[in-house]
Design a binder for this molecule. Structure first.
Ligand SMILES: Cc1ncc(COP(=O)(O)O)c(C=O)c1O
Length: 370
């Protein structure tokens, strides 16, 4: 079987290490997994309740138009159903966008050190994919530089705001200047998986508010809503774009259990507010403690607008040392070699209460081993 070169060379998505694997390898009872930007408070209780109620219908195929969920989203965000797509996670929608809009010879552009899921999707195509360096020392998208790479073949630009893994954002002003310089034949994917953590920042551009015809906004139920395992995400865009994506998706994605969970989760304001508050507290705790440590040991703390924080430790060796030492103590973090940042690590805000003091476990061990 002849496999295309770009598929042969494709490096697969590397997820955070699973809890069970580390438990077995190091013979540990308690594991703190702060590696995958999941909600440490578990799934939204209202999502779980809705899914439990739904289970007796699991013999049925899902509604291919996901009308109830899209209706709920349309009311929440005050847009028409025709402007809303859903899929198997926001990554599933990303895959459908690439499938829908790329023809032979079309090109894609994004930044270096952005979401690895998009990198894998883009590199898994025969199309040219340009990765523009980040703004030096700021670890953020260099939108001015991205514009310079646009040509008549450019079809898709992927932006991630807040960016995973750096946690940085580009501002309203930067986004508005950028969009004014992007020709209309270029489709912009705005990945806002961490939207809820950033939305209160007045500098943060909520891309949905602009309603540009060549922008698709992607959001997810995997992060703050806490149902990453259900695989469901949603997107907003103009009617023609959305109709195309919904036509191309697998007919029965997302599953009906996931749709039920998403509908339940959208009602769970209490859980969302609790999660936001805990994230803010966790972030403040991290910054305070990390600043104390960095006054003695040199490393960089990158200010974050999401539910994780990136540290630049300077060398890959130091990252390996910290990662291995923390794993032995049952703390799973994310070394960022696969993201193209071998000298950096990413830590998700963990639980802050009770026996499972994940944030404290990280700080305690980081201080010990750095
Ligand atoms: C920026 C970004 N986009 C998308 C995703 C994937 O989201 P989903 O679970 O909805 O596919 C992630 C998950 O880590 C992410 O960090």
């Amino acid at each position: 079987m002849k496999i295309p070169e770009y598929i042969k060379n494709l490096k697969p998505y590397v997820p955070g290490r699973p809890i069970e694997e580390i438990q077995k390898q190091y013979k540990l009872k308690t594991i703190h997994k702060i590696a995958s930007n999941e909600n440490p408070h578990g799934p939204s209780p209202k999502a779980v309740e809705a899914m439990m109620k739904f289970t007796s219908n699991l013999n049925r195929y899902p509604d291919i138009g996901a009308i109830d969920l899209r209706d709920k989203l349309s009311k929440k965000f005050n847009v028409k159903i025709e402007n809303i797509a859903v899929g198997n996670g926001s990554e599933g929608i990303m895959a459908n966008i690439l499938r829908s809009f790329l023809s032979n010879g079309d090109e894609m552009i994004s930044s270096k050190a952005t979401f690895i899921g998009f990198q894998v999707l883009a590199k898994g195509r025969a199309n040219k994919y340009i990765e523009v360096p980040m703004l030096e020392n700021e670890y953020k998208f260099d939108l001015n530089s991205i514009v310079k790479y646009i040509n008549e073949k450019t079809k898709i630009i992927y932006l991630c705001n807040p960016n995973n893994p750096t946690g940085t954002i580009f501002t309203k002003k930067e986004f508005e200047e950028f969009i004014a310089n992007v020709p209309k034949h270029v489709l912009i994917i705005m990945d806002e998986a961490y939207f809820e953590y950033a939305e209160n920042n007045p500098e943060y551009p909520d891309s949905m508010k602009y309603k540009f015809d060549n922008v698709i906004t992607l959001r997810t139920f995997s992060k703050i809503y806490g149902i990453a395992g259900a695989r469901i995400g949603y997107g907003f865009g103009n009617e023609e774009l959305i109709e195309t994506i919904m036509k191309v998706k697998l007919p029965f994605e997302p599953g009906n259990l996931a749709q039920a969970g998403a509908i339940g989760a959208l009602d769970d304001e209490e859980f969302i507010n609790k999660s936001k508050k805990a994230n803010k507290n966790g972030y403040e705790f991290f910054i305070k403690e990390l600043e104390k440590i960095s006054s003695i040991k040199s490393f960089k703390i990158i200010p974050s607008s999401a539910n994780f924080i990136m540290l630049d430790l300077g060398t890959h060796e130091r990252v390996n040392h910290i990662n291995e030492s923390l794993l032995k103590e049952g703390v799973i973090i994310r070394p960022l070699i696969a993201f193209g940042l071998p000298h950096c690590i990413r830590i998700t805000m963990g639980l802050e209460m009770g026996l499972e003091e994940e944030n404290k476990a990280f700080i305690y061990n980081f201080k010990k081993f750095i």
